[in-house]
Design a protein around this ligand. Structure first.
Ligand SMILES: [Zn+2]
Length: 233
């Protein structure tokens, strides 16, 4: 494919995250807004959140099934079209070359113009899965655009794929704010679908989300906003 100067619409978005509920907590309002605007949005979840319980008797496999259902329901609320689960083990996600290779293949297959993910460089990002997910996301975006990286993925007439923009959430270095005033309700509803994680006290969740997004929006003149570090290629 030849590079042209005409602006192509950035209409395909891939959200890559470690756990079910990360996309909604990180960018749910933006995802809903972009979906309403006609963007095609898909999720790639690296784990199924199978350790996300403080109940020592819960079985990880059971929890994974439940959390995948919750994630699909939350994604539906936001207008997300597809959710892919890679089913790596939760809590011990490894940023291996295999993970990078796997994500590179997925980026090359689905060809998103925009990738959203976790900022791996947030100071004191203590969750190892969040760090691993963020790093693997960026490494995959980089690998996918290179002819000589994972060339076995470029069989036939497949070509490298160049993502145009990356939006990192949970960042210390935000430089992009999305006004989510019209989709804050969708974000909250989507979060309530993760009942195994957020419980059933939806009033408290509602308050917490509004408070946080109001704080982010206020300095920028928005009632509610989400913030990102944006990288443009
Ligand atoms: Zn998480």
């Amino acid at each position: 494919m030849t590079e042209t100067k005409t602006e192509e619409p950035l209409n395909r978005v891939m959200v890559i995250a470690a756990h079910p509920d990360d996309p909604e907590f990180g960018a749910g309002g933006t995802i809903a807004k972009w979906a309403e605007a006609g963007k095609e949005i898909m999720y790639v979840l690296l784990t199924s959140g199978d350790k996300g319980s403080r109940d020592p008797l819960v079985r990880p496999a059971q929890l994974a099934t439940l959390r995948e259902e919750e994630q699909r329901a939350a994604a539906r609320e936001l207008g997300v079209q597809e959710v892919v689960f890679l089913r790596h083990p939760d809590g011990i996600l490894d940023g291996t070359m295999e993970l990078r290779r796997q994500l590179s293949a997925i980026v090359r297959k689905y060809k998103p113009n925009i990738v959203m993910g976790i900022d791996p460089w947030r100071h004191y990002q203590l969750h190892p899965d969040h760090r691993a997910s963020g790093t693997a996301t960026l490494d995959a975006v980089w690998s996918a655009r290179e002819w000589h990286i994972f060339p076995e993925q470029l069989a036939g007439d497949e070509e490298p794929w160049r993502v145009k923009e990356v939006y990192l959430f949970w960042t210390d270095h935000a430089d992009y704010w999305e006004d989510i005033t019209t989709t804050i309700d969708k974000r909250i509803t989507a979060l309530t679908r993760h009942a195994s994680q957020v419980g059933t006290d939806t009033a408290k969740l509602d308050e917490r989300i509004r408070e946080r997004t109001r704080k982010v929006g206020e300095p920028h003149g928005y009632e509610y906003a989400e913030e990102f570090k944006r990288i443009q290629f």
